[in-house]
Design a protein around this ligand. Structure first.
Ligand code: F6R
Length: 605
């Protein structure tokens, strides 16, 4: 939800800002803007629409200066327009601000400003920040920042410039991510690491209400009481290439292809090193839990829905999967005997953060599986492991999901072992199934013709249903979500047996149904649901493990995945489902990496 970037150095700031914004575009793409300071004045350029529009405008009207801030917007308050785009300026254009988050008390603050003769000119919540800061500015920018943030309710990551103090950028945040990077004569602020990865791997993570002063000579940190805060940088291991398209038409396709590698690396990281140490410690406590709750949003939550089946089967412990957006308002039954697992690619999803804090407040032990190093969820949970997905740029999650599944599988096996539910040989059997997954994913990707051709036939469908039973049902929900978000096709995922209780009324001649049938023991049951929809005119794509019993016919196309223990089959069927959604969206000419209305990191409630 909105991306912010800032550069200070000896070069012209604009190219750095544009390049950073392009890497942050996944966070929002309703409008974009820059403010650059030439040492005396700001020049602000803002454009509705994609960053390409802003870039075009800057080609026609170049802007020069060695310090600047930029923003790409996912609109919340005020329609996407040039005017509502960031950066916002104070009344006398002394202070420029970019903001990611929501200022919940902005109406109150607007009224307060108005009483002092300062009228906001945009419809945004963010403008009050610039106006207030300028109102409070009396020659000490930090003082003005502190006075302002002390009045803000809600969430924010702010990049701030002042033309009277042109040799610095100030960064401050609460509940939204902000990193500081660089220093060899230049410094950056950014919402996320990929925005600066080309220039630096030295990154500082800002904590809530810490203030960073970034100059050409380095960065200093202080808290809201102006006490110095000592921080040590982290060196980011991600390669720059991992944030590039690398010859693929879309980031999503590249990220689908990266899955064998990142899944393998995630397995490795859980068998040795820091992730393993965390699992060792957590598994010492397994006997103290009587319940597990998995909470997350969207795709991340579906990884929990899949693993619920595995956990309950192997560990015989009840697992609830709760949408994070519902968790904190549900008066959850959680205490110190509950293990709450939080799953998040970004580690910054507002609903998941809120669920984490609620769970902690109720005494639960929290364990997170996160991709973004140093993110809020990773830092605030009692136990955290990192997935090795690397930067996921496409808005629709693929490789992060696959690494979440793998992490959960391994955690589940460790958990079962420490509870005494499985013996050494069973544990080893599970591990050998899991270690074969990367090669099996490769083979699906290399043989994607069936899916590609099927997508070419049905991309005009008005509605597509996904059905499956048991763990196949859990993964069908992810398939349906991928299709909706990428191809804008109405879709529903149904437990196969539930269809006849109402939804089957929607099946008509030529309705497309994707059936997942990797649970071989349930073949006859799933197949009877397939027969029911065929009878009503549906065309079915049946995804099954090799050796499955479904056969091709006029009404049924079969896409195989390599044979695997059914518990881990979602790691394979999901690849077919990702490819299916991808090729449907490609046939429809959709904007695959940046689907409409979406943003990758959802940092608002
Ligand atoms: C869908 C998708 C989203 C995210 C969800 C949670 O493809 O990517 O549903 O899974 O917004 O995001 P994280 O994992 O960052 O908490």
């Amino acid at each position: 939800m909105c991306g912010i970037i800032g550069y200070i150095g000896s070069d012209n700031a604009t190219p750095y800002i544009i390049e950073g914004l392009k890497r942050l575009e996944y966070r929002g793409y309703d409008s974009a803007g820059v403010a650059v300071c030439d040492g005396e004045n700001f020049t602000v350029v803002k454009q509705k629409g994609r960053i390409a529009n802003l870039e075009e405008e800057l080609k026609n009207h170049p802007v020069n200066g060695t310090v600047g801030i930029g923003h790409t917007r996912w609109a919340t308050h005020g329609e996407p327009s040039d005017l509502n785009s960031h950066p916002h300026l104070g009344k006398q254009s002394k202070i420029a601000v970019v903001h990611n988050g929501i200022i919940e008390n902005y109406k109150e603050l607007r009224a307060k400003l108005s009483r002092r003769g300062i009228e906001c000119v945009t419809e945004t919540d963010s403008e009050v920040v610039a106006q207030l800061m300028e109102y409070y500015y009396k020659g000490d920018l930090i003082e003005a920042v502190i006075k302002t943030v002390n009045q803000l309710e809600g969430s924010y990551a702010l990049g701030i410039m002042c033309k009277d103090e042109p040799d610095k950028i100030i960064a401050v945040k609460k509940e939204n991510p902000l990193i500081i990077g660089g220093f060899d004569g230049s410094g950056f602020i950014a919402s996320d690491v990929p925005a600066v990865l080309k220039h630096t791997r030295t990154i500082y993570h800002l904590n809530d209400k810490e203030i960073a002063t970034v100059t050409r000579h380095g960065v200093s940190f202080q808290n809201i009481n102006r006490e110095v805060v000592s921080k040590w940088p982290e060196t980011i291991e991600w390669s720059f290439d991992s944030a590039e398209k690398g010859g693929y038409e879309h980031f999503m396709l590249k990220e689908i292809h990266e899955q064998p590698k990142v899944v393998k690396e995630t397995i490795g990281s859980l068998m040795n090193g820091m992730n393993k140490d965390v699992l060792d410690k957590l598994c010492e406590k397994t006997a103290s839990f009587n319940k597990i709750i998995i909470t997350a949003c969207g795709t991340a939550c579906y990884s929990g829905s899949v693993v619920k089946y595995i956990f309950e089967k192997i560990c015989r412990m009840p697992v609830e999967v709760v949408l994070a957006s519902e968790f904190r308002y549900s008066d959850p039954i959680v205490d110190e005997k509950t293990l709450v697992i939080l799953i998040s690619q970004s580690g910054e999803t507002a609903d998941t953060i809120a669920a984490m804090r609620e769970a902690k407040a109720r005494g639960a032990v929290t364990f997170s599986i996160v991709n973004a190093v140093g993110s809020t969820i990773a830092k605030e949970t009692h136990y955290n492991i990192y997935t090795a997905a690397g930067p996921e740029i496409a808005v629709a999650s693929t490789k992060a999901f696959s690494t979440q599944l793998i992490s959960l599988y391994i955690f589940c096996i460790r958990f079962a072992k420490s509870l005494g539910k499985i013996n050494d040989s069973e544990e080893q059997d599970y591990y050998s199934e899991i270690s074969a997954i990367p090669d099996k994913i490769t083979s699906i990707i290399e043989n994607s013709d069936v899916i590609k051709q099927y997508a070419a036939k049905c991309f005009n469908s008005k509605s597509i249903f996904f059905i499956g039973r048991n763990i196949d049902y859990a993964i069908s929900m992810e398939g349906s979500l991928k299709l909706k978000e990428l191809a804008y096709i109405h879709s529903e995922a149904y437990a196969g047996g539930e269809l006849k209780h109402g939804t089957i009324a929607l099946i008509e001649e030529n309705t497309t149904v994707v059936a997942i049938g990797c649970c071989k023991r349930l073949f006859s049951k799933t197949w009877s649901n397939v027969e029911q929809v065929i009878t009503r005119g549906a065309k079915v794509l049946y995804i099954q493990c090799e050796g499955g019993e479904a056969t091709e016919s006029e009404h049924v196309s079969v896409a195989n995945v390599p044979d695997i223990n059914e518990l881990f089959s979602p790691s394979l069927s999901v690849i077919q489902l990702q490819l299916f959604a991808y090729y449907i969206a490609a046939n429809k000419g959709c904007d695959i990496d940046k689907p409409r209305n979406l943003a990758k990191s959802v940092t608002v409630e």
